[in-house]
Design a protein around this ligand. Structure first.
Ligand SMILES: NC(=O)c1ccc[n+]([C@@H]2O[C@H](COP(=O)([O-])OP(=O)(O)OC[C@H]3O[C@@H](n4cnc5c(N)ncnc54)[C@H](OP(=O)(O)O)[C@@H]3O)[C@@H](O)[C@H]2O)c1
Length: 358
């Protein structure tokens, strides 16, 4: 049995779900892959717990409970690079670093981990969406995986990788990449006003605490930029046009004030729904990318088109030109996202380190 030391950056919704899945799948991972993930270190933004022999499952559960209760993981944490320095000193090698934060500035840690020959798994989109010159080596690196950055647990990234690996040529990618905005669009279909749909989404916990983070489209932009770069196009952030669903003049409001001000957007969105419906279409917040660039925003989609069915991502390629390759299914949520991260960890263990042969 190969023991793989894991360093986990981030203990939010996804990090906690990942820890639970690591505990719950121990027997399965051992029997199918002859390996065991020894979580030696868990860090949040302020604190950490570190045990070179691997934290016990009872300790991992304590971390989950502490974070759910809004408490710290442990003592004050060192800098991320210092954490990596401690690994060889503790005799740990062939480690796996998982970044399930939404933090900016993780690149030095990721680069150092890759230089040390470690595997890296990202749910964090930010390192992949910085300037192309800084990010391009991530897209070619065999020890870096990021399945859950787009589509949660859906095999979007692995499908695109397979298409590229087997010589297909990508012409265009299009999809509905936000569960939150998908929900809001489905409510608009039912005649519910935008502000009410937004309030419902917030009450159901589908939005970020500040819904402007969803409505601004930046997260969707990062996802389509990742897909475009994977497709082989060295696109920069500014080559993806984004339609924000709120006016910049509402940026300075508190969340409560913003939720009230959202009513002012109802008439214009109602008009757009009406115009789309009159043409046999529904409104969807779509992202699209091709070699020239990309766009993110509300578009009319003909009823009956799979993209009107909220869940799909479509790839138009040389092989799939007349009939695009579609991937659909429930994608969002911390459990699916954590499943994508765990799948990447197993994939690295199996394919890159060939543990089954060791
Ligand atoms: N939630 C989803 O359904 C979903 C789906 C797809 C992708 N993702 C991506 O997955 C990532 C995590 O999402 P989430 O929902 O788990 O976010 P979250 O609940 O906000 O958790 C983020 C975690 O990262 C920690 N953190 C922040 N900066 C850090 C740093 N420099 N070093 C170590 N830890 C740091 C935070 O620490 P504190 O606890 O101290 O604040 C928190 O524990 C994000 O990039 C998100 O875009 C999420």
């Amino acid at each position: 049995m190969k023991h793989i030391p894991v360093i986990l950056f981030g203990a939010g919704g996804v990090g906690r779900a990942l820890l639970r899945q690591i505990i719950d799948t121990r027997d399965l991972v051992a029997s199918r892959n002859r390996c065991r993930f020894d979580v030696v270190c868990v860090l949040d933004s302020r604190s950490w717990l570190w045990q070179p022999a691997g934290l016990g499952d009872d300790q991992l559960l304590q971390i989950i409970y502490a974070k759910e209760a809004g408490q710290r993981i442990g003592g004050r944490r060192p800098d991320g690079l210092q954490v990596l320095d401690q690994l060889p000193e503790a005799g740990l090698e062939r480690c796996l670093v998982a970044d399930v934060t939404a933090a900016v500035g993780m690149e030095p840690v990721i680069n150092k981990a890759l230089e040390a020959g470690y595997g890296v798994v990202l749910a964090n989109k930010k390192p992949l969406t910085g300037p192309w010159e800084d990010a391009k080596h991530y897209f070619a690196h065999p020890s870096l995986r990021y399945e859950s950055t787009v589509g949660g647990g859906q095999p979007v990234i692995s499908t695109l990788r397979y298409l590229r690996d087997t010589g297909d040529q990508i012409f265009g990618i299009e999809g509905q990449l936000s569960g939150t905005l998908g929900y809001i669009c489905s409510q608009l279909d039912r005649g519910i006003d935008f502000s009410q749909a937004l309030a419902d989404a917030k009450a159901l916990g589908y939005t970020e605490p500040d819904p402007r983070e969803d409505l601004g489209g930046q997260d969707v932009k990062r996802k389509i930029l990742i897909l475009g770069r994977m497709a082989g196009w060295p696109l920069e952030d500014e080559e993806i046009e984004v339609e924000s669903l709120y006016h910049p003049s509402l940026s300075h409001l508190s969340v409560d004030e913003f939720m009230q001000a959202a009513v002012a957007m109802d008439p214009s969105i109602r008009d757009r729904v009406r115009v789309a419906n009159a043409d046999g279409k529904v409104l969807r917040y779509l992202a699209a990318v091709n070699e020239q660039g990309g766009s993110v925003g509300l578009k009319g989609v003909r009823q009956g088109n799979p993209l009107a069915d909220l869940k799909y991502i479509s790839f138009r390629t040389r092989r799939y030109e007349d009939e695009p390759l579609m991937i659909g299914g429930k994608g969002a949520g911390v459990a699916m996202t954590a499943g994508g991260v765990l799948g990447d960890m197993i994939g690295l263990a199996r394919e890159v380190w060939k543990l089954l042969q060791l």
